[in-house]
Design a binder for this molecule. Structure first.
Ligand code: MN
Length: 267
């Protein structure tokens, strides 16, 4: 198969978001939610969305927090709330490929030991004996989620891009999982577009100059685009992390460049 085929895009959604931005509406991008449906609900309330505003989640809707099922419901029940695919959705999809083939393989173990059991628990709470079928249906929906959203001035992606690969040849292997190579790159990967991404907690990122983000705060790259915007903005402010990491869910508005956040432990 041609590698370019593997890039999941949703051109209709990209056109809708470009149009919303051109017409002056808000497009809020939110980092990894990881099952904290209540925190996501609080943050969305804070955004006071108008009928033409949009929200895009950067993937990793599920695993670790108490209500992954609820996060998926929020995205699927609202036509102006969208999500791209994260490595945790990818893990669940792979686990279900094994479950469907009745083979207990490594992908089930990988998912279960990376928070998958919390997702299963949340589905059992809502669906009881029908949980397996409900999760199977959800993975079919997850399969068609885009791996990235490419807008006129932005790229939204879960983890980042491999700096040494042409943009057209990036696969899910890079876009859903990359860390250091992308964070440390000292030139923009796309000179026209700011990359908005999650996946790695901002305080765990290290740039080429050895700079890291603050716990619970978004982290703009010190590398600048020609138009002086930071080359990327890191959005994984650790909603699923412990108290000492200042767990926070953050939203960034592509229209106004304003940030809004909810602290998981208040304050
Ligand atoms: Mn991730």
């Amino acid at each position: 198969m041609d590698e370019m085929v593997l890039q999941m895009r949703d051109i209709k959604l990209e056109n809708r978001l470009n149009k919303a931005l051109a017409e002056g509406h808000h497009v809020w991008v939110i980092g990894d939610v990881h099952g904290y449906a209540n925190v996501l609900t609080s943050l969305i309330e804070k955004l006071a969305l108008g009928p033409n505003d949009h929200v895009v989640l950067l993937g990793d809707m599920i695993d670790r927090g108490p209500n992954s099922c609820g996060v998926i419901d929020i995205v699927r029940d609202n036509s102006n709330i969208h999500s791209i695919k994260g490595n945790h959705e990818d893990m669940m999809i792979r686990a279900y490929e094994e479950i469907n083939k009745r083979c207990a393989g490594v992908d089930i173990v990988v998912w279960a030991t990376n928070g998958g059991t919390t997702t299963t628990d949340s589905f059992e709470k809502k669906f009881g004996d029908e949980a397996g079928d409900a999760m199977g249906e959800v993975t079919m929906w997850m399969r068609q989620l885009p791996s990235q959203i490419v807008l006129d001035n932005y790229r939204l992606v879960h983890a980042g891009y491999a700096p040494d690969l042409d943009m057209d040849f990036q696969t899910d292997g890079e876009m859903l999982s990359i860390r250091g190579e992308f964070h440390k790159h000292d030139a923009p990967v796309d000179s026209a577009r700011q990359v908005i991404f999650g996946h790695t907690a901002t305080h765990a990122i290290k740039t080429a100059a050895g700079i890291s983000g603050e716990k619970g705060e978004p982290f703009p790259s010190p590398v600048l685009l020609d138009d002086e915007r930071p080359a990327w903005i890191a959005m994984e402010t650790g909603a699923c992390q412990g108290l000492r990491h200042n767990p926070t869910l953050t939203a960034y508005d592509l229209q106004s460049t304003e940030f809004r956040c909810v602290r998981v432990f208040g304050g």
